[in-house]
Design a binder for this molecule. Sequence first.
Ligand code: UDP
Length: 150
Amino acid sequence: MERTFLMIKPDAVQRNLIGEVVSRIENKGLKLVAAKLFQANEELAKEHYSEHVEKPFFNGLVDFITSGPVFAMVVEGNNVVEVTRTLVGETNPAKAAPGTIRGDYGVDLGRNIIHGSDSNESAKREIGLWFNDAELNDYKLNNEAWVYEK
Ligand code: UDP
C-alpha cells in the first residue's frame, strides 16, 4: 500500500465542494489516513510548489493557495498515486475529462479544485510538509478484500 497527498484547494472549499470531492475518494475504495481544514502560510505554499518557483504563475499560485483554508488529506491504497491522478484529471479543467474531479467541477487552470501528488517521491515530501506523524492514522479498513484482489 502506498500513500499520497491530496489537497482540496481554496476555490473548492469556498464552493462547498469538500463533501463531493471526499465522497469520490471514499467511493473509489481508497482509505483516508489523515484530513484537516488548514490555512497554509506563504512559507508552506512556496515550499509545496517549490518546483515551480521560476514559473510566471508561481506568485499567483501562492496567493491563491494561501487565500483561504484548504482541505488537506493523506490517502492510502494500492497504486494510489496513479489511481488518484486519474480521479483528479488533467491539470487544465477545460481539458480534463468529464467524470474526473477537475473535469466535473472546474473551468480555469488557476482554479482547478484539487492537488494530487504526481509520484511516490513527491507524495512522501508533501505528506511530510503538511502533516506530522501523530496526525497519520494507521488502521485497517475491513472492506479491503472487496476493493483489492490481492
Ligand atoms: N498552474 C497555474 N497556471 C499554469 C500552470 C499551473 O495556475 O499555467 C497551477 C495549477 O493550480 C496547477 C499547479 O499550478 O495545479 C501545479 O501545476 P502542475 O503542472 O504541477 O499540475 P498538477 O500536478 O497540479 O496537475
